[in-house]
Design a protein around this ligand. Structure first.
Ligand code: BTN
Length: 247
């Protein structure tokens, strides 16, 4: 492990290869890892995505998890994931000069292709303390993807024609997440407004994906709790979680 950022209150730990930074950091939380601890890896052998999916994590990507021991309610913590999507987008825009869009709920896309996913896991410790581990997988210098992902995934390198120093990008990302955590509970309306501005799903014709079943809908708005307000066959419907594709 190597220290990535000096002078930060909580440690930033690096490992060249782990099964999953989220799983490893959750295990570290059980043995007392503190608020703000970051684990960052060069690659993952069992990277996990949302909905129990696998997250391809070869060398060239950035795989980072952060642990929070929030003082706010688990319900308020639901905003951490969308606010992190905003923070990561801002960071990419500043550091790489390209503006990703947020595809609801929290994928980052460039020209309709996914470059980043976020997996947030909450749990209660034995003493009742609520913990959040938020993991970010960002395709940075990947030069290609397996055939099944080729049409839907991309990387910062493929989109800009440039390679980026992953350590420096990780340090910027950690700074962006620290700043986000400081303000997303007290100044939430600003984060919500920026989420809406960056979200490519508002106004889109989508399919709601439920197993093999697709239900078409139009997205009218992102509500204050980040759920989607949909028009489904002329009737309003809300969708708080799950998977969609943009048509
Ligand atoms: C998704 O798109 O479904 C979410 C992907 C989240 C991947 C990141 S990589 C770092 C952290 N460790 C994991 O096992 N998953 C998250």
């Amino acid at each position: 492990m190597k220290a990535l950022i000096s002078g930060r209150a909580a440690p930033v730990l690096y490992k060249p290869c782990v099964p999953s930074t989220n799983s490893e950091l959750k295990a570290m939380a059980k043995t007392g890892a503190g608020h703000g601890t970051v684990l960052y890896a060069g690659r993952q052998t069992a990277g996990r995505g949302r909905m129990g999916r696998r997250f391809e994590s070869p060398e060239g990507g950035l795989y980072l998890s952060i642990l929070w021991r929030p003082e706010v309610s688990p319900e308020d913590c639901l905003r951490l994931t969308p606010c992190a999507a905003v923070a990561v987008s801002r960071c990419i825009e500043t550091f790489c000069g390209i503006e990703p869009e947020i595809k609801w709920p929290n994928d980052l896309q460039i020209k309709g292709k996914k470059i980043c996913g976020i997996l947030t896991e909450g749990s209660f410790e034995a003493g009742g303390q609520f913990l959040v581990v938020l993991g970010i997988g960002l395709n940075v210098n990947n030069a290609g993807f397996p055939p099944e992902l080729e049409g839907s995934a991309s990387s910062l390198r493929l989109e800009t024609g440039r390679e980026f120093p992953i350590d420096r990008l990780a340090a910027e990302l950690i700074r962006a997440l620290d700043e986000m955590y400081q303000s997303c509970f007290t100044e939430h309306s600003l984060w919500l407004e920026e989420y809406r501005r960056r979200c490519n799903t508002i106004g889109a014709d989508i399919n709601m994906l439920m197993g093999d079943v697709k239900r078409p809908a139009k997205v009218l708005a992102v509500e204050d709790d980040y759920s989607l307000l949909l028009d489904v066959d002329g009737k309003p419907e809300r969708k708080a979680f799950g998977e969609i594709s943009i048509r």
